[in-house]
Ligand binder design. Structure first.
Ligand code: ATP
Ligand code: MG
Length: 352
């Protein structure tokens, strides 16, 4: 049995069901991320695990114990929030020590444990400072040290980086991942930033409207999405437009199956020389450039084709790679790059 399991968790607020039968299993030492749009139930699930609001039904087991039977302050869980929740009138040291007070830890031990926690987040030199004199990133590290100092069985983090600027977010997310691996505490991390989730997680749980769409490694979630929702939410996606042009493309690719949605990612398409012959398992479709967006390490070329408008991603665009609206171009579609979904958004295999 996994270290932490939530089984068939339901949370019913008056007339609104925020969690509708959610089940997860998190392993010891795992970095497990809840990813999904605003309102999908991420915080609700985290708060149920922390004990701030109980589930309406379902079970939560941590290391063999029924968590729902344990009051929140007796659960051995560290939590980091979006707003740093530091006490402005307490020094960094006292902020971190705060979590140990109700646990009746002897003063000598408090000293060593706070020092360890501060060193883990690289704040040991600032122990005597007041938080007001610190940056957002440093304040969030205080929050992290305070959550870790109790040696929790589980670490919960609810969008800890969302108040930081883009560059600091990337720095601190790398740090959080390193610290988590070093202290080896099972962690549930909430974000609605897909890139952050891909960068930081052992596994990602993609949620939508109170239910789970898919759980998998970052590679599985991005590279092998099982639903149209996941494919759309994580990464970018071209949805081909039904019609004669699409039927022709599918026929040329030898794709005979019926599907409600045909999609392809921009980086799986490429521009080729006009008149180029397609390799086996691929076809070349001509189109007209609608828009060219240069992004430095890549460019996005929006091309109108018979199967609808598609974005083609060009990596390392050289100066000569610029395309102008109205240019005729050839787009290479590979059979294996296409993803098919049924009317309910469930992924279909390409065969059949
Ligand atoms: N106390 C409450 N009473 C009624 N509805 C609630 C309550 N708390 C949350 N909800 C609703 O439950 C849904 C899920 O909320 P939750 O905070 O879990 O979303 P979230 O995924 O964390 O979103 P965000 O990314 O915006 O933080 C929302 O529609 C929210 O309005
Ligand atoms: Mg939330």
């Amino acid at each position: 049995m996994a270290y932490l399991t939530v089984n068939d968790g339901v949370k019913q607020f008056a007339t609104f069901r925020a969690l509708n039968g959610v089940s997860i299993a998190v392993e010891r030492g795992e970095f497990f991320t809840l990813l999904g749009p605003s309102g999908c139930g991420k915080t609700t699930l985290l708060r149920a695990i922390a004990g701030f609001n109980d589930l309406s039904s379902g079970s939560i087991m941590l290391d063999g114990k029924d968590l729902r039977a344990i009051p929140p302050h007796k659960r051995d869980i560290g939590m980091v929030f979006q707003d740093y929740a530091v006490f402005p009138h307490l020094s960094v040291f006292d902020n971190v020590a705060f979590g140990l007070k109700p646990r009746k830890v002897p003063a000598e031990q408090i000293k060593t444990r706070v020092a360890e926690a501060l060193s883990a987040v690289h704040l040991q030199a600032l122990a005597e400072r007041l938080p007001a004199a610190m940056s957002g990133g440093q304040q969030q590290r205080i929050g992290l040290a305070r959550a870790m100092v109790i040696n929790p069985q589980l670490l919960l983090m609810d969008e800890p980086l969302s108040n930081l600027d883009a560059k600091l977010r990337i720095e601190l997310r790398e740090e959080i991942r390193d610290i988590q691996k070093r202290v080896d505490i099972a962690t549930i991390y909430v974000t609605h930033d897909q890139e952050e989730a891909l960068a930081i997680s052992d596994r990602i749980c993609v949620m939508s409207a109170g239910h789970i769409e898919q759980i998998g490694t970052p590679q599985q979630i991005y590279g092998d999405p099982q639903t149209l929702f996941v494919a759309n939410f994580v990464g970018t996606l071209n949805t081909l437009v039904a019609g004669e042009g699409l039927s022709r493309l599918l026929a040329d690719l030898g794709l005979g199956r019926a599907a409600a949605h045909w999609t392809v990612r921009p980086e799986r398409l490429s521009l080729v020389e006009s008149g180029a012959t397609a390799p086996v398992g691929a076809v070349v479709v001509s189109g007209t450039v609608n828009k060219f967006t240069y992004l430095g390490r890549e460019a996005h070329v929006l091309v109108d084709t018979a199967a609808g408008p598609v974005v083609v991603q060009v990596s390392n665009p050289a100066l000569g790679a610029v395309r102008n609206p109205g240019d005729t171009v050839s787009v290479l579609f590979e059979r294996n790059a296409l993803m098919a979904f049924d009317a309910d958004g469930k992924r279909l295999s390409l065969e059949g």
